[in-house]
Ligand binder design. Structure first.
Ligand code: ADP
Ligand code: MG
Length: 346
């Protein structure tokens, strides 16, 4: 494996993001898109990043892949480690070797990744040849196998078609095939099913689960929809306004939320364990502009639990029970009780 020749540490976490900050200088002021985010993921694990639109999910993923340009971004600070090696301090050539090979990304819109003017098979083969020293014939053969593996019928025919000849779901599968071309250890899936109808959504999630079982890939599942992750994620990071506000196992997040924002996200899901009038209550108000984040807890203007404590300082993530369950909410105890009783709905 390539990993050895650049001295990666096999005992370190597979991928770790530490205190990542990505700010953009704009006419409206500094947009703090990602503002001190830390997490890590192990082989075979699915870690979800959940939050409303504009909370910094995509920018964090794109920073990991080196897709954020500086400028307009002020240079990202913090660090990203792959097996203990800092991607941010590595020479650019090595970074490029790892990104796309060890870490691959799938997007909401497959046309971000697939070029409309090239045949699907050629694009996948090209991706293989970008990172592996193999002949065109071998790469094409590999593309054929990959199309079969992601469940595309008649792969030999599909290989020679263009992206526009594929349906939305099939295009998503083709993009997944491309992301898998070099057997990545980590797959960043940014809203992989958001553009698809419910049936196709379920098929794509089932495909990702199967691929993960076969290959032990770690999946970072990014979505605005907490409902999508319930049956797929091992752990969930809840993001609000560029920060993680709560992190825990999927059970902890769903059954013992400790941040008022997580409570709000749960209330906006159609859930059988909520009474009729408690179901489908969207969180009032809009997420803030990241150029102008409210003082203290960024969620306080939308929160039913707010007191003056909430504006005094930005709450930090603190342990709230189970191993690794943390929340950045000064009223985490009140949230816990209210959730138990389901009397207050933010
Ligand atoms: N190139 C850029 N210049 C300025 N602001 C940006 C840029 N890219 C993203 N942003 C801002 O960063 C914030 C987070 O965006 P994003 O990560 O795409 O959110 P999410 O994926 O959670 O919906 C948004 O406010 C967005 O407008
Ligand atoms: Mg996004």
């Amino acid at each position: 494996m390539v990993v050895e020749d650049i001295g990666l540490d096999a005992s370190a976490p597979l991928l770790e993001v530490r205190d990542l900050r990505v700010h953009f200088k704009t006419d409206r002021g500094t947009v703090k898109a990602v503002d001190g985010v830390s997490w890590s993921i192990s082989e075979g694990e699915t870690m979800a990043i959940v939050g409303e639109s504009g909370s910094g999910k995509s920018v964090s993923a794109m920073t990991i892949l080196g897709l954020i340009q500086s400028p307009p971004a002020t240079f990202p600070t913090g660090d990203i480690f792959l097996r203990g090696r800092s991607l941010m301090r590595m020479p650019e050539k090595q970074q490029r070797r790892l990104r796309g090979k060890e870490i691959a990304m799938i997007f909401q819109d497959p046309l971000t990744a697939l070029n409309p003017v090239f045949k699907v098979g050629d694009q996948i083969a090209e991706m293989v040849r970008n990172h592996q020293d193999v002949s065109k014939t071998v790469a094409k053969r590999r593309a054929l196998d990959l199309l079969g593996e992601v469940g595309i019928p008649n792969p030999a025919v599909r290989l020679n078609q263009y992206p526009h000849e594929f349906s939305g779901g099939m295009r998503q599968r083709a993009m997944i095939a491309m992301a898998l071309a070099n057997d990545p250890q980590v797959l960043l899936a940014d809203e992989p099913t958001t553009a698809l109808d419910v049936t196709v959504q379920a098929q794509i999630m089932a495909l990702l689960t199967k691929l993960q079982e076969d290959r032990n890939t770690a999946i970072v599942l990014i979505t605005h929809d907490l409902g999508v992750v319930a049956s797929h994620a091992d752990r969930i990071n809840v993001m609000y306004a560029g920060r993680i506000v709560e992190s825990g196992t999927t059970d902890e997040i769903f059954y013992q939320p400790r941040h008022a924002y997580t409570f709000g996200l749960l209330s906006s899901l159609a859930r059988m364990d909520f009474s009729r009038q408690e179901r489908l209550l969207p969180i009032k108000g809009q997420p803030p502009s990241l150029a102008n984040v409210p003082k203290g807890c960024a969620f306080h203007p939308r929160c039913a639990f707010t007191t003056e404590k909430c504006t005094a300082a930005i709450p930090v993530l603190e342990p709230v029970g189970g191993d690794g369950h943390v929340a950045a909410c000064v009223h985490s105890d009140r949230v816990a009780i209210a959730y138990e009783e389901r009397v207050v709905t933010p």
